[in-house]
Design a protein around this ligand. Structure first.
Ligand code: GLC
Length: 719
């Protein structure tokens, strides 16, 4: 390991400042070894082993399990000239072994503390098996449910998305990356990947600089500047004509020069090599030059830096200073992670870190909080535990893969509690629990409909679990329709026709246009892909052990033809109205099926006493808002109090409302709570015609709601 007798070289001395250690190591490295740090490969093949021994690999991803990471690390540390440890990356998206709800479900909790805890648990489990780096959180704002990766983010709103991004990064990274239970975060995909045309993955993105900065960049800025994320990942998509992985404006001018980001940028999988497909590079060498000069420090699985950078440096097309800059960032992070002092897994820790009682309880609690009650006509829910008989029906009722979602990491279907298992476990011993699959989650066969109807007919309640398979959302999983796949909607109709009351449970990775159900089914619960304890959480909601308090982080369209449809839209010159000559459709309402922020409870909340005080003007300006919320119903419940703001008249048209505050509170029956918000000047600001952040004089409307549509209190203040 680079020791040559006597004192250790500076880079191996933990008492030396990181900067000095990096300088010392850089001086010792050949150009090939430097470029090696900028190369990442997936798995650990013989070819990778040979490169590692030559010091020409900086990182591996998808090497899982303590034994496998250990074997590769030993070769890097003990058999290469300088012994530089590898940094192991993995998509630890919503859990490592203890799998939590998908990010869209975690966002539905509107509880950053829950997201922080889930990320912290995921980090501890992953770190225990030698993972140092997660390619998460995905912070892409998305307003097109056709895009499969909407499942992996926090929905349509930059304010909510920023809060979730900060919580996730802080959860993964803890207070100090030297802590063995932390891993470095990687907010992705930088940037505006969620704005892909047609909701089609990897497709072209063209947004104005204003929309880029007001909608798509904020969660990245919070994750990087506020939460201190150590890395970020450049996206696949073209961004305003230049691919995001070759875009100097976003990667250097904004990320480095404006934000001062000191970490490193990894490309998405072969996004450097794909610059050729984008047509901005004719050869691998040109692709490497474009990417490294724009600001991509590490080439994920493209092998383009490995094969081209050295010659580009020798030809002067890429300065060695540029290489040194990237390598310095990568080595600094490895030293912050203490990989040189602690390169190997602690088998003792690894053996007892996974799926502890506390971690599983946290996954259950997160799943409960993520549940969104979309409809509950006649208070059908909750049902009594000693109900005589209940029929659990549907292709996802006993499915143990779907709850893990599309990025299930080390999640094991055998660990999943299905809805059927959850119902059986939570119902009273006297309750007869019947089951019928009814149909597959895709395909046209209705052969089992009759059996499903008969099964429902024998019960006092039918719980119909429908939705998508895990691989119908996530990467490269876009859909041109938002309907329930296959014949699932007909299954719901068939069961509904028996006359037995129906509770529909949705298990899905995107909003679904379930218009028929929304009209006919009395109770609908949005469960998302709810992780390994989702079955218990769903049963707890149905039987009332958990009063659902989740809210939608994403608008549900009535039909895919309405897309894009989101709450913070502009008013237009002809806002939708029953008048003919206004902005609407001839064949569908202009309103959503379920709005952003929507979610019902088993109790009721009353809002009163709204007070708004403009404390100060100017950069340090502040507006204090307070109100009272009372639980006027019969059971304890959570309410997410939402604060929306509208700048009525400005030099740039402003949205009809924008989320600028939210708080999830728990109230006992009869309990009253004062809820306060402090709006900073930044919350009132927007980019004017000169692209400056300004707060213009005028009237602002404050709207306090239980959803973006269910506004309970409002008032105005003047600036
Ligand atoms: C994939 C995804 C990215 C993921 C990476 C590594 O293509 O786009 O989100 O982190 O490759 O698996």
């Amino acid at each position: 390991m680079g020791r040559s007798g006597g004192r250790k070289p500076i880079y191996l001395r933990p008492t030396q400042p990181i900067e000095k250690r990096v300088d010392d190591l850089l001086r010792r490295m050949t150009l090939e070894e430097k470029i090696g740090q900028m190369c990442q490969y997936s798995g650990f093949s013989e070819a990778h082993e040979a490169l590692v021994k030559q010091g020409r690999v900086g990182s591996l991803l998808n090497v899982t399990g303590a034994k496998n990471t250990e074997r590769a690390q030993k070769i890097a540390v003990e058999q290469s000239r300088l012994g530089i440890p590898l940094i192991f990356g993995l998509d630890v998206i919503h859990g490592y072994s203890t799998i939590f709800p998908i990010p869209l479900g975690l966002a539905s909790t509107w509880n950053p503390e829950t997201v922080r805890k889930a990320s912290s648990i995921a980090a501890a489990e992953a770190a225990s098996e030698g993972i140092h780096w997660t390619f998460a959180p995905m912070v892409d704002i998305a307003r097109d449910p056709r895009w499969g990766r909407i499942a992996e983010g926090a929905g349509e709103d930059p304010y909510l998305g920023s809060a979730m991004a900060q919580a996730a990064v802080e959860g993964f990274q803890g207070r100090d990356l030297a802590d063995p239970d932390t891993i470095v975060a990687c907010p992705k995909h930088y940037v505006a990947y969620g704005a892909a045309e047609g909701g089609r993955d990897y497709n072209t993105v063209d947004v104005s600089e204003r929309v880029l900065r007001e909608v798509y960049l904020p969660p990245f800025k919070v994750a990087i500047v506020k939460a201190g994320a150590g890395t970020t990942m450049s996206a696949f998509n073209e961004l305003n004509g230049v691919p995001a992985s070759a875009n100097r404006h976003s990667l250097t001018e904004i990320l480095r020069e404006e934000w001062g980001f000191k970490g490193f940028v990894v490309s998405d999988w072969n996004a450097v090599g794909e610059l050729i497909n984008h047509g901005i590079a004719g050869t691998s060498a040109e692709a490497a030059k474009e990417a490294v000069n724009a600001g991509v420090d590490m080439d994920m699985c493209g092998n383009v830096y490995q094969t081209s950078l050295a010659q580009l440096v020798r030809d002067g097309a890429v300065l060695e200073e540029k290489i040194d800059e990237s390598v310095r960032r990568i080595l600094t992070l490895k030293l912050r992670l203490r990989l040189f002092e602690r390169p190997y897994v602690d088998p003792e820790r690894a053996s007892k870190a996974l799926q502890t009682k506390e971690k599983l309880e946290a996954a259950l609690q997160a799943a409960r909080e993520s549940m969104v009650l979309l409809k509950n006509e006649g208070s059908l829910l909750p049902v009594k535990k000693d109900i005589e008989s209940v029929a659990v029906i549907g292709p996802l009722a006993d499915d143990r893969n779907a709850p893990l979602g599309s990025w299930s990491c080390r999640g094991n279907p055998e660990d999943v509690v299905t809805v059927l298992e959850g119902i059986k476990s939570r119902a009273s011993p006297r309750t007869k629990v019947l089951y019928a699959k009814g149909c597959e989650s895709e395909g046209n066969s209705k052969e089992e409909f009759e059996n499903a109807a008969e099964t429902a007919g024998e019960a006092g309640l039918a719980i119909v679990v429908v939705g998508e398979k895990a691989d119908m959302s996530g990467e490269a999983a876009c859909r041109a329709s938002l309907n329930l796949p296959g014949v699932q909607e007909e299954l719901v109709e068939t069961v509904h026709e028996t006359g037995v009351p129906v509770v529909e449970v949705l298990m899905n990775g995107r909003p679904l246009s379930i218009s028929w159900s929304a009209e006919h089914v009395p109770a609908i619960l949005e469960a998302w892909f709810s992780g390994i304890r989702g079955g218990f959480a769903i049963a707890d909601v149905i039987f009332g052990d958990c009063n659902p308090g989740g809210k939608l982080p994403i608008t549900f369209p009535r039909a895919v033809g309405q897309v894009p449809i989101y709450y913070s839209h502009k008013n237009t010159g002809r806002p939708p109205s029953p008048e003919r000559w206004t902005s609407k459709y001839l064949d569908a309402p202009w309103t959503p099926l379920f709005p952003f922020g929507h979610g019902l409870s088993y109790t009721q909340f009353e809002y009163s006493d709204l007070h708004i005080t403009l404390k100060r003007r100017g950069k340090a300006g502040k507006v204090e808002v307070s109100l009272t919320v009372e639980n006027i119903g019969g059971c304890q419940g959570d309410e997410v109090v939402q604060l929306y703001l509208r700048d009525l008249v400005a030099s740039i048209g402003r949205p009809v409302k924008e989320l600028k505050g939210f708080k999830r509170i728990t109230l006992k029956p009869g309990e009253r709570r004062t809820v306060s918000f402090a709006l900073a000047w930044q919350d009132l600001s927007f980019l004017n015609r000169e692209m400056q952040w300004v707060v213009e004089p005028g009237t602002f409307r404050v709207m306090i709601g239980s959803s973006s549509e269910d506004i309970r209190l409002s008032d105005s203040f003047e600036v």
